[in-house]
Design a protein around this ligand. Sequence first.
Ligand code: CP3
Length: 342
Amino acid sequence: VSSAFLAACRGEPHDVVPVWFMRQAGRSLPEYRALRGEGSILDAIARPELAAELTLQPVRRYGVDAAILYSDIVVPVAAIGFGVDVVPGTGPVVERPFRSADDLARLRPLEPELDLSRVIETVKILVGELEVPLIGFAGAPFTVASYLVEGQPSRTHARTKTLMYSEPGLWAALLDRLADLALASLRAQVEAGARAVQLFDSWVGALSAQDYETYVRPASTKVLSGLADAGVPRIHFGVDTGELLGAMASAGADVVGVDWRTPLSAARTRVGPGVALQGNLDPAACLAPADVVTPMVRRVLDDNAGHPGHVFNLGHGVLPETDPGILAHVVDLVHAEGKVLP
Ligand code: CP3
């Protein structure tokens, strides 16, 4: 079956603008809260039937054009025993944060068939059930490093930047290990049937363009260029990355995620020809009633001006307090009005 989502990722002709939402599975859905229960998300991810069902819930409810695997960016580091958990309401927390060269030994290579067997099983279940493409994903080296170094979510990324600036050799070694983990995880997901991948560098917008080039781009390029022969679109996303969009594209992305701060028309100039865009409705807009959201959705579509390389999404993940009825409305509106010019 042809997919508008895959065509848009490649900038190829298709009829209707495709749409999916980052964090479309999650606490905004009553059926998610009912099924997910308490306990660590890592335990839920380790149950393939459950993880597959949580992946399918938003696809059924919204009619989105892609599914995203129910997993988390810390799964590979947790699987090799680095000692990470995801605390509800907080995010990833690391028992013994990464502090010195000794800690490199705690980042052994990933063996996907053994370490990610549950995730691979989930992908296989989903590929048998889905009528839309499944997006596999990984955390990008910088964003995963920020959790390993800080030990918990951080607003300033102060410890991460201190390590990066003061021990550049160790930093490069850390990012290189994390690139290998992300690449192995993404290849395994694609081999199991994922038809696109997204590399989440959620927090890299904390860096200047110059520091991105020096300290981050080599590792992100290793992941993305390592997938060049995999035959699937590579989406690369971060928040507050207006100044980095060009560099993120040249790291080897087919699609670059854009948040609400940068208009799609400006983003398109920055990523250059041949690179598609994903975004960029403010997730907070979806907390407003339909008559407020409608013109904001139209503004995103108008700003794209019918370009074939556009995947509609939010600029970041769905907020937990979002009314699912509003997201359903956004999907219907994008499908009704999102025209692609030949
Ligand atoms: O629909 C989807 O997008 C599902 C898959 C998904 C999850 N996490 C499930 C999840 C994806 C793609 C992620 C990626 C992820 N995880 C990122 C990158 C995306 C982004 O938001 O920028 C990051 C930074 C993480 C780390 C993480 N995991 C955070 C910050 C949190 C939130 C903590 C909280 O409870 O508020 C998590 C937990 C998490 N991952 C939830 C979900 C649905 C929250 C709910 C739960 O525990 O059931």
